[in-house]
Design a protein around this ligand. Structure first.
Ligand code: KIV
Ligand code: NA
Length: 270
């Protein structure tokens, strides 16, 4: 297998093949996900909750993100993995200035990431452009943005209603114009994320709780393996139930996304 690159992801999209993404935070699970055929691995700041036991992603530091990014990329290197590696810029590491964002992004790129992800629209577009112009691929993240949970007032569906949908659409188009090559859409109505996907030919939409009309899907690995400190969000499917092994569950996830059986809009959409 050849390494997954941005041109390869564009090719897949052109061919109508769904992009699969899973989070991973350590060497071994990253290698297993890669072997299962997952194209993109996200070192998500969700590690604050699943690895560190924090109440939200707000407390995750850049040092911690770099540590886990190094662990994941060493694991992939060991098995000659091919996955595209995306690392989250944590809360506070890109908010101050474009220069601060660049320094933080360089740290994660030097830890082995191929792309960095940041949350939010509007003010982030110039930051995205600043990074992209300097050779750093950027994934944006709209809808439910967990780093702003306290401002949003909880983990709930976003982009509902005409005004909220129009604002989300405007942010998405601005982020594509700024050069974002990927966009996570979290907990937004399926119809909105499907139409956005049509409007963003150069920016691959990756949905989580956003219906099946996106270019790809992402889940938090622990959630799809059915291990969780709380209760699973309603859009998650526990792939371990039928598969019985971690690798089998990841393979089942890849199959289900590729053949369109996950997500099931009747069960998982808003
Ligand atoms: O941190 C994370 O795991 C994420 C995904 C849920 C998209 O941002
Ligand atoms: Na995240």
């Amino acid at each position: 297998r050849r390494p997954i690159s941005l041109p390869r992801l564009a090719q897949m999209r052109e061919a109508g093949e769904k992009i699969t993404m899973l989070t991973a935070y350590d060497a071994t699970f990253a290698a297993v996900a890669d072997a299962a055929g997952v194209e993109a691995i996200l070192i998500g700041d969700s590690l604050g909750m699943v690895c560190q036991g924090l109440p939200s992603t707000v407390g995750v530091s850049l040092d911690t993100m770099a540590y886990h990014t190094e662990s994941v990329t060493r694991g992939l290197h060991r098995v000659q993995g091919t996955a595209w590696v995306v690392a989250d810029l944590p809360f506070g590491s890109y908010h101050e200035s474009r220069e601060q964002a660049l320094r933080s992004a360089c740290r994660l790129m030097q830890a082995g990431a191929h792309m960095v992800k940041l949350e939010g629209g509007g003010w982030t577009a110039p930051t995205v452009q600043f990074l992209v112009e300097r050779g750093i691929p950027v994934c944006a993240h709209l809808g439910l943005t967990p780093q702003t949970v306290h401002a949003l007032g909880g983990y709930r569906v976003q982009g509902k209603g005409d005004a909220a949908a129009a604002e989300l659409r405007r942010h998405a188009l601005e982020l594509q114009d700024a050069g974002a090559a990927m966009l996570v859409l979290e907990m937004v109505p399926a119809a909105l994320s499907a139409s956005l996907t049509q409007e963003l030919p150069h920016c691959h939409t990756i949905g989580i709780g956003a219906g099946k009309g996106t270019a790809g899907q992402v889940l938090v690995m622990h959630d799809m393996l059915g291990v969780n400190l709380g209760k699973n969000p309603k859009f998650v499917h526990d792939f371990m139930q039928e598969a019985g092994s971690v690798r089998g569950a990841m393979q089942a996830y890849v199959r289900a996304v590729k053949n369109g059986s996950f997500p099931d809009d009747a069960l998982h959409a808003w």
